[in-house]
Write a protein that binds this ligand. Sequence first.
Ligand code: UD1
Length: 339
Amino acid sequence: MNKVLITGGTGYVGSHTAVEFIEAGFEVVIIDNLSNSKIEVLDRIEKITGVKPEFHEFDLSDNQKTADFFQKNKNFDVIIHFAAYKAVGESVQKPLMYYRNNLNSLMNILQGMKDYQIENLIFSSSCTVYGQPEKLPVTEKSPIIKANSPYGNTKQIAEEIIFDTINSTKNLKSIALRYFNPIGAHKSALIGELPLGVPNNLIPYVTQTVAGIREQLSVFGDDYNTPDGTAIRDYIHVVDLAKAHLVASERLISNKNKTNFETFNIGTGNGNSVMEIINTFEEVTGKKINYKISPRREGDIEQVWADTTYANKELGWKTELSLADALLSSWNWQKKLMS
Ligand code: UD1
């Protein structure tokens, strides 16, 4: 049985990925410091899959604790590294916290991989590395431009750290998956996105507004150069995203990778505006969203969506779930949270 280490495995994308790996027959070990997730997620994973993953609670930016962990646990076929801070605005306020956490944890993992000959790493990267691309849809060959935020910069630097470490380490290989906008929840509604405090991201803000937890959704800008004036993103169902980690892991484990560091766009290939999201959500749930048009949010880009040709062809992966599926599952998850 193949064994996977999932860091940040009780988080939003991590927990959905843990479920897919267990269902594919992997033995799953999770490390998380629970800084942005709850321990109950483990019971939820068990409810869905019948298996409770082995769990270690500590901070991966702690050099000693991470070294101690790898000394006792070394035989992983693949490591998937999610554990990181991800709030763009907060990263502007607290850059050192972001660099320290996101980069030290990665370096500690790479050190463990080097020390114990663990060969395969999947890294959770972001389309934020492309900034506002000149050509859409954006391919993996688009230039990496100066990051808009310390958060975005941690993803760019992390890809470079991985690249350099691979070049100096025999047998080490990695795939960076550049996610577009993950949304939705598992069909069981037992796991989903659990933002602490006021959500930054669009979909949790939408579901909390409809649930009456927030008064009104602000649509950040209707004067962009897009058909309806609101900003465009590529919203991908978190379960489709989780499955991309599975095919990427299988590619590395079976040595099917073309180079030792590969990057893939993980999106749907479709762009949707904020207004399209609002309209589709209202259609599929039958709920009205109380919203107003507000000024643009600082640091937001106008539009981005993925060219997924390379991921589709090379990974043999494509999305299976629709935007409507994703939005309905987000609402079902919000309802479950309130019940
Ligand atoms: C950004 C980053 C992404 C990162 C994510 C982490 C880009 C292109 N993407 O996603 O890499 O992983 O943050 O949080 O930089 N919106 C509203 N009202 C709201 C909230 C959002 O109108 O209350 C709009 C935004 O202006 C944006 C869209 O909804 O146009 C999506 O926003 P959000 O969910 O925050 O994600 P991104 O900013 O695209």
